[in-house]
Design a protein around this ligand. Structure first.
Ligand code: DP6
Length: 402
């Protein structure tokens, strides 16, 4: 109506989750549209522990688009940010009928201010672009009243971001069409499907990763015969297996395959020329530790996975968390902040049997793990209703927070 059409300012705030792939995405067949060479599958992590919050404001009074990331002004002209803006606006224009159309049309002519913040240190090397772009797209969609499937838009920000548009267990199907309209994320199972599943993020390094994923994977596509074989032969088989393990809540199968797929991804990095090294000595230490722990118990109790950085993500079941966290504490005795070594969901104390210590805790490396974040699968992007949570004020500038 006329009233709504005159609305001078609109604001929306959303939160979005991080996801961790158990069948990895690595390599694009179209770098502009961000179309992958293989499908991938991930677990969405809970936003109580890891989340991005984004506020988007459109106002008649703004003279230019602006963007703030973690409080500092950033380049709103970044091509991937622009692609997301353009695509959400295109969907908003496509909407037909409805009394809000005039209001939407005037909103679409306004400049936007966007502020985005992570509740975890970006320097910790935790994948933040997936949550960031998923959150950007969710907030913009809310701002313009778009209710379409949005994973295709989030994909234009960062490939892995499309999987953060859903909670629980999520598949990004590679699609076949050259225009990318069938390259989207689908929920395989909701976060409630496997209540015992837990995730431990072992933060091992604050360093920035040596080669960014975007550049690294393109070199892999151009040079690695193993990556080609992986995309054509290995991933299609593994994807079907992984879906079955998830459906059956088979941790043995899920964990084994997650480890193998992480290892093959890092093998394709080594097969890239010049090679990419994302794992370091400490990552290899953690891998060996997990295998000793599983061997001691005679089955798969913990499973590791590593992305394009040295941090380890461990999947396990609730009944194993206390013991394994104690194993990590004994293996990597905290140098300082011993009390803050475990963060996130509560972890109980555990006394390790002597034979377990002897078999598993072989060569402790003090201070190597900064801290452990305990979390679990969680839901997709959420709308934030509480106005006190907006990151931008009514003037469209970042709010001063205590
Ligand atoms: C190793 O999604 O960050 O984490 O699409 O170029 O933005 P772009 O790459 P990005 O790559 C993620 C790679 C990975 C594996 C995964 O998440 O599937």
């Amino acid at each position: 109506g006329a009233m709504a059409a005159e609305r001078a300012l609109a604001m929306a705030t959303c939160t979005a989750p991080v996801n961790i792939a158990v069948i990895k995405y690595w390599g694009k067949r179209d770098t502009d549209l961000i179309l992958p060479i293989n499908s991938s599958l991930s677990v969405t992590l809970h936003q109580d522990q890891l989340r991005t919050t984004t506020t988007a404001v459109a106002s008649r009074d703004f003279t230019e688009d602006r963007l703030w990331l973690n409080g500092a002004e950033a380049d709103v002209g970044h091509p991937r940010v622009q692609a997301c803006l353009r695509e959400v606006r295109r969907l908003a224009r496509k909407r037909r009928g409805g009394s809000e159309d005039a209001a939407t049309l005037s909103l679409l002519s306004y400049k936007v201010h966007i502020a985005s913040e992570n509740n975890f240190p970006t320097a910790a090397g935790l994948a933040s672009s997936a949550a960031g772009y998923a959150c950007l797209v969710s907030a913009l969609a809310r701002l313009y009243g778009v209710e379409d499937e949005l994973s295709e838009v989030a994909r234009r920000g960062s490939g892995s971001a499309c999987r953060s548009m859903w909670g629980g267990f999520v598949q990004w199907q590679r699609g076949e069409r050259p225009d990318g309209t069938d390259s989207l994320a689908l929920q395989v199972a909701p976060e409630t499907h496997w209540p015992e599943l837990r995730v431990l993020v072992l933060v091992v390094s604050g360093e920035k990763k040596p080669v960014a994923s975007t550049a690294g994977m393109q070199t892999s596509v151009e040079t690695s015969p193993l990556l080609k074989h992986r995309a054509e032969v290995v991933v299609p088989e593994r994807l079907a297996q992984m879906m079955r393990h998830i459906r059956e809540r088979d941790f043995e199968g899920f964990g084994q395959l997650a480890m193998r797929d992480s290892n093959q991804f890092h093998a394709t990095c080594l097969d890239t020329f010049p090679p990419l090294f994302y794992l370091n000595d400490l990552s290899r230490h953690i891998i060996a530790l997990a295998h000793r722990y599983n061997a001691h118990h005679g089955h798969t109790k913990v499973a590791y996975t590593f992305d394009a950085g040295p941090n380890a993500v461990i999947f396990t079941l609730a009944d194993t968390v206390d013991e394994f966290v104690e194993v990590v504490r004994r293996s990597f005795p905290p140098a300082t902040n011993g009390d803050q070594f475990v963060r996130g969901l509560p972890v109980g104390s555990a006394t390790l049997p002597q034979e377990l210590v002897a078999a598993v805790v072989t060569e402790p490396v003090p201070g190597a793990v900064q801290y452990i974040l305990h979390t679990k699968p969680g839901p997709g992007p959420q709308l934030v209703d509480d106005p006190s949570q907006h990151l931008l004020g009514a003037d469209g500038l970042p709010r001063c927070r205590a």
